[in-house]
Design a protein around this ligand. Structure first.
Ligand SMILES: Nc1ncnc2c1ncn2[C@@H]1O[C@H](COP(=O)(O)O)[C@@H](OP(=O)(O)O)[C@H]1O
Ligand SMILES: [Mg+2]
Length: 371
């Protein structure tokens, strides 16, 4: 069997994770095309001014419901990005109705993805409950699912790259990661900021397996999703010469200091222009060997959330890459919703040679920087 040994630990979690992320990617594509739910330009602002759409809430509700159904609600702890505040006030009846309709249309497709759907449609209370069930704060003990229902919401809204990211943490370690990338072709390299494809991919890995895998997104109107569905192994790039390396970073200047990373790139002798990509697709690009370096230096005081990194980190590591903070220490997923203690930024590389050079350059430059 490709991609997974059925007897191995976390085999069921991985299989359900991949199937449900496949289904979530289909949901997002349908919302984007306007074939379910409202028009995609119905974008709302959260308290921190970041955008949220019907797809974010619907994916969270759908995945929460499927995980509870598959593993037993009492056993399932989920740490996820969205809450129901904006859906719960009296002006939000239509919005909530859109989410409920989208969740039900998506769950009706569950059997085609090898998942069990509900016998009758979910009502608003059940949908709100499924979203609210994701209010765990994780921590160092036990199993916690970590979900970013639509990572890179801005990319989603703009028809660019975005991701559905699901991971499982056990005792503070990321043990399973699944990354759905609906606009990242399983066949074509990500070469520039507009490499948007109609045929996406799902990547996944289990900690300690030494293997990371990719399968194409299930195509619309195709047959049932067969596990593991023509998965191919992925591996990081073997390039370790900085002058040949490609580095990626967030599109938004507000999310990462572009001039600081440009300084590091210059010091290292990186020649190529940065590949600016929305969402955890940056981790996917490293894992697949389309780029060698991903640097993110958020503003001082910004606290990185575990759902923005968990799935990407385990996939990159199992594909042969290295992920640490800017001080060279591993990311700590054991301390709740945030990556507490993160030193300045995140440095992801295809191998140790490039990684050592970047950490060295950060160390040397920090004194004179103005982050
Ligand atoms: N001020 C900020 N600094 C750093 N990261 C931020 C940020 N504001 C939002 N983000 C995070 O960056 C993610 C987008 O990543 P990227 O910039 O790499 O595309 C957002 O995820 P969502 O889109 O899921 O909200 C959000 O969690
Ligand atoms: Mg996110």
């Amino acid at each position: 069997m490709e991609g997974v040994d059925a007897n191995d630990k976390y085999a069921k979690e991985l299989e359900v994770g991949v199937r449900v992320v496949q289904l979530a990617c289909r949901l997002c594509q349908k919302v984007q095309k306007g074939s379910i739910g409202p028009t995609p330009d119905q974008v709302f602002s959260k308290d921190d001014d970041s955008p949220v759409t019907v797809a974010d809430w619907s994916v969270q509700a759908m995945i929460s419901w499927i995980l509870s159904e598959s593993f037993g609600k009492q056993n399932v702890s989920i740490v996820a990005e969205e809450d129901t505040q904006a859906l719960s006030d009296s002006n939000s009846t239509r919005l909530l109705a859109s989410v409920v309709a989208t969740v039900n249309e998506s769950l009706a497709m569950a059997p085609r993805f090898g998942l069990k759907g509900p016998t009758t449609s979910l009502g608003p209370t059940q949908v709100l409950e499924a979203i609210n069930h994701c209010n765990s704060t994780g921590g160092p003990i036990g199993k916690h699912w970590v979900l970013d229902p639509v990572d890179g919401t801005l990319g989603f809204v703009r028809g660019d790259q975005y991701a559905v990211a699901l991971a499982l943490i056990e005792n503070g370690q990321v043990v399973v990661g699944v990354l759905g990338c609906p606009n990242y072709s399983s066949k074509k390299k990500l070469v520039n900021n507009s490499s948007v494809s109609k045929e996406g991919c799902v990547m996944y890995a289990r900690k300690g397996s030494g293997e990371a895998w990719m399968q194409p997104l299930a195509c619309e109107g195709g047959t049932h999703v067969v596990w593991p569905n023509s998965a191919t192994r992925i591996r990081v790039s073997s390039i370790d010469d900085p002058s040949l390396a490609t580095f990626c970073e967030p599109v938004e200047k507000a999310n990462s200091n572009h001039s600081y990373s440009a300084g590091i790139a210059y010091t290292l002798g990186l020649r190529k222009q940065p590949l600016r990509v929305y969402s955890m697709v940056k981790y996917a690009a490293i894992a697949r060997g389309d780029a060698e370096i991903y640097m993110k230096f958020a503003k001082a005081g910004y606290k990185e959330k575990i759902w923005d990194h968990a799935a990407g980190v385990v996939i990159v590591e199992e594909a042969g890459g290295v992920v640490t903070d800017a001080g060279g220490r591993p990311l700590d997923f054991s301390r709740g919703v945030y990556l507490e203690g993160l030193d300045r930024g995140i440095v992801t590389c295809s191998g140790a040679i490039l990684h050592d050079k970047i950490i060295g350059a950060v160390y040397a430059s920090w004194e004179s920087s103005h982050l």
